[in-house]
Design a protein. Structure first.
Length: 387
């Protein structure tokens, strides 16, 4: 196997993580590196470097594509965007975190879970950077939560994630002092999802003039997509003839089929012949994956045009999809399958927002007024407004 021409390394430098571009002196490589935006030369490090990001990593690979690049360290080292100064972490703590990151990858957790759990544990270790990791007890965790999560008013869901991350971290690193049995997650919030009416959804699609944006909104609502499912949807998984879409490797590493709305097909056809996507249903520049943040931004604009003043996110369209199915009489078991929920309890939340059954319940005030009006003593019409 050939030796790499260039080795990429990670180093904390100038108050940020940097990608070091290391190679033996080569005029051709130097000329190419100088074309990389944001690159700098360090006399101290004796190499070129650029601030760590997915965009910069891709730029390095594209710019130096004619050379053999070893980027193993960059790929296997978690990004440490944490609350406390990452430079305070000792080399031993960094090694532990790197091992935890690889451990989670080996257990086949999703990328999102791996990144989140690694960052939560990294922040905890950075907070106690002056103490050996092996000496951190349950009381240390309590003090950390009181000083960080409570004071900064972090959500209960984030605190639950932190406890989950610590439980797995203990399994990976049993030398640490705290006891997982005493770690208790706080009860989760039981909030009802925001739901748009059917008329609001139609108005939202109608006022969205950009064809791509309109197709995205209609696709999310008509299929009940998560935002990650939309941006990862490939054209080969859309079966127009059967009006089905195969969603692969979604949350919980599950596949499922959803139905394409017949009324969506003309809009879908118009979008496809206008934008001609190559691989993904919706693509950004250079036919790369579309940005989830872009969807959120144009959705806000469309809501303002539609005069919808609720807090609407892409997931609101998914909530609306499920609620409207329930109101139209679709069995809860089918809705669970269409949404890709692992537990029926997750789907049950929509029974609290569906208005079909609620409208059948009469208010006791209506019953009392009707009974009063039907008595022999009261012949005249009762108007409770006072006029």
């Amino acid at each position: 196997m050939k030796q790499p021409d260039i080795t990429l390394k990670i180093k904390y430098h100038n108050k940020a993580e940097q990608i070091l571009i290391c190679f033996k002196y080569n005029d051709a490589i130097i000329d190419l590196v100088k074309t990389i935006p944001g690159r700098k030369w360090s006399l101290f490090l004796k190499c070129w470097y650029v601030e760590r990001s997915e965009k910069n990593l891709k730029t390095i690979r594209d710019t130096l594509k004619n050379y053999i690049i070893d980027d193993t360290e960059v790929v296997n080292t978690p990004v440490l965007k944490i609350e406390h100064n990452v430079s305070l972490l000792t080399s031993n703590q960094r090694d532990i975190l790197n091992g935890f990151f690889k451990y989670l990858k080996g257990k086949r957790y999703s990328k999102s879970t791996i990144d989140t759990y690694t960052l939560l544990v990294a922040d905890f270790l950075a907070y106690y950077h002056k103490s050996p990791s092996e000496e951190l007890t349950n009381r240390a965790i309590e003090l950390y939560i009181e000083d960080v999560y409570i004071k900064r008013k972090y959500s209960i869901s984030k605190q639950r994630q932190f406890i989950s991350a610590l439980k797995i971290f203990k399994t990976f690193y049993p030398e640490i002092a705290f006891d997982t049995i005493e770690l208790v997650r706080p009860k989760r919030d039981r909030y009802l999802p925001t739901v748009l009416s059917k008329n609001e959804v139609i108005e939202l699609i109608r006022v969205t003039k950009n064809l791509k944006h309109r197709a995205i909104i209609a696709m999310i609502y008509s299929c009940g997509f998560r935002i990650s499912e939309l941006i990862n949807l490939e054209l080969r998984d859309i079966d127009i003839r059967r009006r089905q879409i195969l969603i692969k490797n979604s949350k919980g590493r599950k596949d499922r089929y959803v139905i394409v709305a017949e009324s969506f097909l003309p809009l879908l056809h118009n979008y496809m012949i206008t934008y001609v996507p190559k691989r993904y249903f919706v693509e950004g520049q250079s036919h790369q994956k579309y940005s989830a943040e872009s969807v959120r931004q144009f959705l806000k604009k469309s809501c303002r045009l539609a005069k919808i003043y609720k807090r609407v996110t892409p997931h609101t369209l998914r909530h609306s999809y499920a609620t409207h199915l329930l109101e139209d009489g679709i069995d809860l078991r089918y809705i669970q399958e269409l949404l890709g929920h692992a537990k029926p309890e997750t789907t049950m939340i929509y029974t609290h927002v569906a208005k079909k059954d609620l409208l059948m319940i009469k208010s006791p005030l209506d019953i009392a007024v009707n009974q009063y009006m039907n008595t022999d003593k009261q012949k005249q019409k009762l108007v409770i407004s006072g006029t």
